[in-house]
Design a protein around this ligand. Structure first.
Ligand code: ADP
Length: 484
């Protein structure tokens, strides 16, 4: 760590406004995914710590919920300002523990901060309703109230933004929060705790529990009766566990789970734009996002030329560690992630696919994998149904619009989707027909704080960001006034 990082670099948990060790004093190492070297040793929170944090969050709730919305808004606005002020340090810390190129990491800080800015504004717009009553002498009021203590369980691929996307609407609504970040990337989460404290977030309103004991902490967060809502971002398999465990105490849930985004290129597409969009969508964060294009369906008339241009652009991507100038692709997060990508590519090639660029571990070694384009991928290749979460693009040829829609929808997932076309009728038909929560038309990157993010089918429940995002942290109360 450079000395500049020192204020934001914390290695203890943040519970009830205090920086503390785990209750059993255990710690775990955080490593640089590019080199494998240890960059910090961090408190490894216990289930007991989770209970302490929930109790602190409940105690803080009674005051935070009654703070005027305008004041809560100001606190969040200060947090946004501090994030903006510290973008460089936050981005460097994130790049170090996560591995994405430092420019991309700073981009994530802007993106993460944009949720804090947005929900600072939305805090003041939690409107209720007055509904015309069916008979005389009555008034029907609808109040929106904060749900209570909320838990956030977040992944390593966006160590900052996946947290702000949850805590900003929670705090704006008047809820308090207990965050369990991914064990691969706890430092970015703890840095947010430092800035929240400086911004004036009262003690107990935000608690951060770094831990490797994910299942044990998860069990406390999903079963403790004081936690009224759980927001989870991660795999569909863990999402099912979270949902199952939350059933016992009927918690409100938001689940942002796996995706398997189709990327369709129709014959009438702007080819250059489609190639640029494909590169952006596929290789952001080295393919490690739940909205990354996972399957490329290209219409027969332009398949060969698209494949050639896309492969050329893919081959030109610069791979390397986060801090090397000009790097566009970092390492994969872990050796396990690398092994999974390797297995999926191996399976596709064994079944007849051809790698026109890449197709193997990168010469840099470690967790690096070559940006890869596969053509003639057969329909039974595992990477068409499983999320590859790496820099691998399988191309499949199709003939008709109907066929493309059927292929795109042949998935248990339904998070993001993309297509390139210029015919207006086709644009509307396909946008309506695709089974996904997000459709990018002639755009490869569509996430923004202003728009609702979330999936259908087994990609999850609920929406984050936008004016809908705060609703996830509110209860509706109907008040019937009689004798009027
Ligand atoms: P990924 O494959 O992206 O790591 P996971 O779903 O395994 O996705 O992890 C997402 C988050 O869920 C992480 O914070 C992880 O520690 C946490 N997690 C993993 N297992 C459980 C569990 N059984 N209960 C609750 N949270 C869990």
């Amino acid at each position: 760590m450079s000395p500049r990082d020192s204020k934001l670099l914390r290695d203890q948990a943040y519970i009830g406004g205090n920086w503390v060790e785990a209750s059993d004093s255990r710690r775990f190492d955080v490593t640089d995914p590019a080199s494998g070297s240890v960059i910090a040793s961090v408190a490894d929170c216990t289930p007991q710590d989770a209970v302490t944090a929930i109790t602190a969050a409940q105690a803080a709730f009674s005051q935070w919920r009654h703070m005027p919305a305008k004041e809560r808004s100001r606190v969040l606005r200060r947090l946004f300002d501090l994030m903006t002020l510290h973008t460089g340090e936050l981005g460097e810390l994130l790049a170090r523990e996560q591995g994405k190129p430092v420019a991309e990491a700073k981009g994530e800080i802007f993106y993460g901060a944009s949720f804090v800015e947005w929900f600072a504004e939305e805090a003041r717009r939690v409107y209720g309703d007055v509904i015309p009553a069916p008979g005389s002498g009555r008034e029907i009021l609808v109040l929106k109230q904060p749900i209570g203590v909320t838990a956030a369980i977040t992944p390593w691929n966006f160590p900052n933004a996946m947290i702000t996307r949850k805590i900003a609407p929670a705090l704006a609504a008047g809820c308090t929060s207990v965050v369990k970040p991914a064990p691969e990337t706890p430092l970015s989460a703890l840095a947010l705790g430092v800035l929240a404290q400086e911004a004036g977030v009262p003690e107990g309103v935000l608690n951060i529990l770094p831990s490797t004991r994910a299942a044990e902490i998860g069990l406390v967060l999903t079963s403790h009766p004081l936690v009224r809502k759980v927001s989870f971002t991660g795999s569909t398999s863990v999402g099912r566990i979270v949902m199952r465990q939350s059933a016992e105490t009927i918690k409100k849930l938001s689940l942002e789970l796996g995706g398997n985004a189709p990327f369709i290129v129709f014959d009438d597409a702007d080819l250059e734009a489609a190639v640029a969009g494909a590169i952006a969508s596929k290789y952001r964060n080295s393919g490690q996002t739940c909205v990354c294009a996972n399957r490329f369906y290209v219409q027969a008339g332009i398949y060969d030329v698209f494949a050639e241009k896309f492969a050329k652009a893919t081959g030109a991507l610069k791979v390397g560690p986060a801090f090397e100038p000009g790097v566009e692709q970092g390492p994969l997060i872990t050796a396990k992630a690398l092994a999974k990508v390797e297995a999926l590519v191996g399976d596709a090639i064994a079944k007849g696919a051809k790698a026109v660029v890449g197709g193997a571990r990168h010469a840099l070694g470690g967790n690096f994998y070559e940006p890869t384009v596969l053509i003639d991928v057969p329909s039974d290749a595992r990477l068409l149904s499983e999320e590859v979460f790496g820099p691998v693009a399988p191309l499949i040829r199709f003939d008709t619009e109907k066929e493309a829609i059927e292929l795109a929808n042949a998935s248990e997932y339904g998070l993001a989707s993309y297509f390139y076309a210029r015919d207006l009728g086709r644009v509307f038909r396909v946008a309506r027909a695709i089974e996904a929560g997000i459709v990018g038309v002639n755009e490869g990157i569509v996430s923004t704080a202003e728009a609702p993010f979330g999936g259908v089918k087994q990609s999850g429940l609920g929406r984050e960001g936008s004016r809908y995002g705060i609703e996830e942290y509110l209860e509706i109360k109907y008040v019937c006034l009689g004798g009027m």
